[in-house]
Design a protein around this ligand. Structure first.
Ligand SMILES: Cc1ncc(COP(=O)(O)O)c(C=O)c1O
Length: 408
C-alpha cells in the first residue's frame, strides 16, 4: 500500500495557497506546514474558547475539554499515559526546565553523558550542570561521518553515570540512532535515557514504551502542529523531580515542569495533528485499530514514501563529484534530512540559484554547532540543508534535483 499523496496534500492549506504556488518546501526540519485540522481547532479555540479553562461556564468547560482531549490523543498515539505528557513552549525550554528539575536528584561529582550530535536544545542546559557540581562527559561523533558509536558510549559509563542525553536523529546528520539499544545500555548502569526526538518525530511518532526511554522530547511545529514542545516523562520519574512551578504546584504533574502558563489555544489545537493522523489512517485502512496500531501503519506508510524520495535525492548527490554529503550517503536508517557542502562554489552562490528555482531551504549551523565543530565544519557558512516529510511529492524532488544540477 502506498501513501495517497494527493489526499495527504489536500489536508494542508499551504498546498493550495496562491502565494506559495510553484515553491517547493525543503526546510521542513526547521518547521513543517500545519495541517488543516490544527488550523481549524486553533481558529475554533481563539473564536469561542479563549477564556480561562476548566470553569463551569460552557466556553470555559469546552476550552478545558479541548485541552484534555489533546493530552489524551497525544498519549494514546505515543502509547503512554496522558499524565506523562507535558506541553511546554518549545523543546529548548523543556530541556532547560528538566535540567533544573533533575539536578537535585544527583550528588556532587555524579556524571552525565551528553552527545555531541545534538541541536543545542539538548546540549547546553545539560552542560551547564557542570557549573553546578555534575561531571559532564561528552560522547563525540566520528569526525568524518558525524555518527555516534555505541561502542564509544560503552567506554564512557562509570558507576556514577546518571543520565545519557542524545538525539533520536540529528537535524544535520540525519542518521536514526539506535535509541532502544542505547536506552537498554543506560539502564544497565541505572542511568536515565533522555532523547531529543525533534529530528525524528516528523517522520513517524514513536511508540515510547517500545523505545524504553525515560524522557522523550519533540516540537509540534515540526510535526504539522502548533508551536509547542511535547515532553514525555516516565511516571516513576515525576515524583523524583524538583517542582519548577509555583510552590503550591509541587506534585501537580501537569504544572510542575511547565512553569510558565501554557498556551491554552495551542494545547487545544495540537490534538488536530492526531485527528489528521486518524484521517490518513482511515483513508488507507478501513479498520478500528487502536491509536498505537494506527501509528504503526502510518510510520510505515510515511517511511516507505520518504525513503523512496530520499533514495532519488541521494542517488543524484552520490553521482556528483562537486558536493559532499554530510552524514551517511545511503537511505538506510536515514531520515530525509540531507545536509551538503558544495565543493566548487560557495554555499551562498548555490543557495541563490536554488531560490531562483523556487526552492525553499536553509543554510547555516541550524544550532547544531557541536556536531559541526566535532566534524571541523565551520559553522559559518555551515551547511546547506534539504529536509522533507511525507507530504513532499516526487515532482518536488525533481524540482530540487533540477535546481541542484544548475546550482552546484
Ligand atoms: C533536533 C532538534 N532539537 C531541538 C530543537 C529545538 O526545538 P525548539 O525550537 O522547540 O526549542 C530543534 C530545532 O530546530 C531541532 O532541530
Amino acid at each position: 500500500m502506498n501513501l495517497d499523496i494527493p489526499f495527504v496534500r489536500s489536508q494542508f492549506p499551504a498546498f493550495s495557497e496562491p502565494s506559495l504556488e510553484g515553491w517547493a518546501f525543503f526546510e521542513n526540519a526547521g518547521g513543517s506546514y500545519p495541517c488543516r485540522q490544527v488550523i481549524d481547532l486553533l481558529m475554533e479555540f481563539y473564536t469561542k474558547n479563549t477564556v480561562q479553562p476548566y470553569y463551569a461556564y460552557p466556553a470555559s468547560t469546552k476550552a478545558g475539554e479541548m485541552m484534555d482531549a489533546s493530552y489524551a490523543k497525544m498519549a494514546a498515539y505515543l502509547n503512554v499515559d496522558a499524565s506523562e505528557i507535558h506541553f511546554g513552549p518549545s523543546t529548548t525550554q523543556n530541556v532547560y526546565v528538566l535540567a533544573n528539575a533533575m539536578r537535585p536528584m544527583w550528588k556532587e561529582g555524579d556524571e552525565i553523558i551528553v552527545s555531541c550530535q545534538d541541536h543545542e536544545a539538548n546540549a547546553g542546559a545539560w552542560r551547564r550542570l557542570g557549573e553546578r557540581g555534575m561531571k559532564v562527559i561528552e560522547w563525540h561523533v566520528n569526525a568524518d561521518t558525524g555518527m555516534l558509536s555505541v561502542e564509544d558510549l560503552k567506554s564512557l559509563f562509570t558507576d556514577r553515570t546518571k543520565m545519557v542525553a542524545f538525539p533520536h536523529c540529528s537535524n544535520v546528520i540525519g542518521f536514526i540512532n539506535p535509541v532502544k539499544e542505547v536506552s537498554r545500555l543506560a539502564h544497565q548502569y541505572n542511568a536515565l535515557c533522555v532523547v531529543d526526538g525533534v529530528g525524528w518525530a516528523p517522520h513517524g511518532f514513536p511508540d515510547l514504551v517500545d523505545l524504553e526511554v525515560d524522557i522523550y522530547l519533540f516540537s509540534s511545529y515540526k510535526t504539522f502542529g502548533p508551536h509547542l514542545g511535547v515532553m514525555y516523562v516516565r511516571d516513576e520519574l515525576m515524583g523524583k523531580l524538583e517542582n519548577q512551578s509555583h510552590f503550591f504546584k509541587a506534585g501537580v504533574k501537569r504544572n510542575m515542569i511547565t512553569p510558565a502558563g501554557p498556551d491554552h489555544a495551542q494545547i487545544g489545537a495540537i490534538g488536530g495533528v492526531l485527528d489528521y493522523f486518524d484521517m490518513v489512517h482511515e483513508h488507507h485502512v478501513k479498520d478500528d485499530a487502536s491509536p498505537r496500531e494506527r501509528n504503526k501503519v502510518l510510520n510505515s506508510l510515511f517511511r516507505n514514501h520518504e525513503k523512496a524520495l530520499l533514495e532519488k535525492l541521494l542517488e543524484f548527490l552520490n553521482s556528483r563529484d562537486d558536493v559532499r554529503i554530510v552524514g551517511p550517503d545511503s537511505s538506510k536508517d536515514r531520515a530525509p534530512i540531507v545536509s551538503i557542502i558544495p565543493k566548487k562554489k560557495s554555499i551562498e552562490e548555490v543557495y541563490k540559484t536554488l531560490t531562483q528555482h523556487k526552492l525553499m531551504l536553509g543554510t547555516g549551523d541550524f544550532y547544531a554547532v557541536r556536531p559541526l565543530m566535532d566534524m571541523n565544519i565551520p559553522t559559518d557558512p555551515g551547511v546547506l540543508r534539504m529536509s522533507f516529510v511525507h507530504y513532499t511529492n516526487a515532482d518536488e524532488i525533481e524540482q530540487l534535483i533540477g535546481g541542484l544540477k544548475e546550482a552546484l
